[in-house]
Design a protein around this ligand. Structure first.
Ligand SMILES: [Zn+2]
Ligand SMILES: [Zn+2]
Length: 250
């Protein structure tokens, strides 16, 4: 008696298509990576600065920092606040090399960006991952920004140029510095590839978390000075200003 399902039979197809939510393990109806309940509970970024996506209490505003010192990038497209569980997923992806969590975040970010494109946010000509210091790359073994950019590239069908910019100075101790010192430190930290073609092109920088925006600003300045038409920033999560109590921290 045959007790194995035939490989082309309905049981096998059902088994193959049965999916569970990557966060809570509940069954999901279709091929979505997480269930609707988990998706709703993610720390979606609400009202935000039109330029740098800093959480703000009211819609349609630009933050004080962007008004007094406009950044070189045009706008930041980011779905979440750096809060639970997105912060934990990013940490696992970055430090424990848990690819499925990275891939999940990448897929959700791609969906978010596609919605923004449908709402007339201009599609870039190319995605450019924020390069990582060589020493840190050697320690970690991979650049999470490059992995994200490649997943976005594959899903959104936008080219990804990992070699366009590189770090020429090690700024890996960046998080220990104050904002002003960070900027100074970053001014000469990046260089364009010698054969880079940027004139008239629209780029989107890709990174996991946007904190002060100083790195994105330095890279955008470099690309614009070389003739790029526009630079946007795509990332997974935005940190609120330190000590900011108006933002949701769900
Ligand atoms: Zn779930
Ligand atoms: Zn701003």
């Amino acid at each position: 008696m045959r007790c194995q399902p035939r490989y082309d039979g309905p049981v096998y197809i059902w088994l193959k298509n049965k999916q569970s939510c990557l966060l809570c393990q509940e069954d999901v109806e279709d091929t979505a990576p997480i269930c609707m309940a988990c998706e709703t509970e993610l720390p979606w970024l609400g009202e935000q600065c039109l330029t740098c996506a800093l959480p703000l209490p009211a819609p349609g505003m630009t933050c004080g920092q962007c008004l007094t010192h406009p950044p070189a990038f045009e706008q930041v497209a980011v779905p979440w606040l750096y809060g639970f569980p997105v912060d934990a997923l990013i940490t696992r992806f970055k430090h424990n090399a848990k690819w499925p969590y990275g891939r999940l975040l990448g897929e959700l970010l791609a969906q978010y960006l596609q919605n923004r494109f449908d709402e007339h946010m201009p599609r870039p000509d190319a995605l450019v991952p924020v390069p990582m210091a060589t020493r840190r790359l050697r320690q970690r073994g991979f650049n999470q920004a490059a992995m994200l950019a490649n997943w976005l590239s594959e899903i959104l069908q936008i080219g990804c140029d990992e070699k366009l910019v590189r770090r020429v100075q090690d700024t890996s101790a960046q998080q220990d510095l104050k904002a002003e010192a960070r900027k100074k430190n970053l001014r000469n930290a990046f260089a364009l590839a010698p054969d880079a073609t940027v004139t008239g092109l629209h780029f989107a920088l890709v990174d996991d978390v946007l904190t002060t925006g100083a790195t994105a600003h330095a890279l955008a300045r470099l690309l614009l000075n070389a003739g790029a038409a526009r630079v946007d920033v795509y990332c997974l999560a935005r940190t609120p200003k330190p000590g900011d109590t108006t933002s949701k921290t769900l």
